[in-house]
Write a protein that binds this ligand. Structure first.
Ligand code: ADP
Ligand code: MG
Length: 241
């Protein structure tokens, strides 16, 4: 569904993404992990048309490299950001409506907006302004607004960051449901290995912009190179997960 082909992105002297290739299949949850500064968020920025780059990105067989961001969104790619971005003075229902108004190829669809609000568990707060929401509420809203564009591919950037155990459980359940019940293909950047091994079918590890390894998440997280360079000695001893 999505193919990155020898993608390279330089910011001046810094090579943020270095000859990276990977392939996301339709219907799957695809994970990306790696140390801070590895180039993970930059990969999303390239897929969504924020910067020019070398190499190519294909979506459903079409080369989307160099396309403007709104065109890429119309083709069915939507994303969330590492730090929740909302419109603080808009209500929850208006905010999800913005996603529908500007992203849904069929135009604003009230029924679909209602379905997403319900699906994300935002019914009780639909008339609150988004500035009043707690972190979990803001995250659900950001995902809901992304879903209102009716994406075929949803890309989540560290959705669990800052969340406690019960919030993580709730978000994991939602992400799984978005994939299974709404049929949306998902890419998730995440640090929590347990989240990645439970949710993803394929896991890509990036280090300094290059692919360290990619494959079955359980195999990848037990690969000595990954343990040594990213997960650390503690993980090798079997302590956290
Ligand atoms: P990650 O998401 O894996 O933590 P990023 O993709 O955000 O990493 O960043 C990768 C590298 O690229 C970092 O060194 C970062 O400072 C740099 N970088 C990211 N975006 C820009 C930008 N717009 N301009 C210059 N450097 C950037
Ligand atoms: Mg990042």
């Amino acid at each position: 569904m999505l193919k990155a082909i020898h993608v390279t992105k330089k910011f001046g002297e810094l090579v943020a993404v270095n000859d990276l290739s990977f392939d996301v299949e339709k219907g799957q949850i695809f994970g990306i992990a790696g140390p801070n500064g590895a180039g993970k968020s930059t990969v999303y920025n390239l897929i969504t048309g924020f910067f020019p780059f070398d190499g190519a990105i294909e979506f459903e067989g079409r080369n989307i490299s160099g396309m403007p961001t709104h065109r890429i969104a119309q083709l069915g790619i939507s994303r969330t950001f590492q730090i929740p971005r909302t419109f603080p003075s808009l209500t929850v229902e208006k905010s999800v409506g913005v996603g529908s108004r500007f992203g849904d190829p069929g135009g604003f669809d009230r029924n679909y907006v209602d379905r997403i609000i319900d699906f994300m568990g935002l019914e009780a707060v639909r008339r609150e302004t988004t500035g009043q929401l707690n972190l979990l509420g803001k995250k659900k809203l950001m995902i809901g607004a992304a879903l209102a564009t009716r994406p075929k591919l949803l890309m989540l950037d560290e959705p669990m960051a800052g969340s406690n155990t019960s919030e993580i459980k709730s978000l994991m359940h939602l992400i799984q449901a978005i994939n299974t019940d709404l049929g949306v293909t998902i890419i998730i950047i995440e640090h929590f290995m347990k989240v990645l091994t439970e949710l993803t079918g394929t896991l890509l590890i990036i280090q300094t912009g290059t692919k360290l390894c990619c494959g079955d998440p359980r195999e990848v997280t037990s690969d000595p190179r990954v343990i040594e360079s990213y997960l650390g000695e503690a993980y090798a001893d079997g302590i956290p997960s």
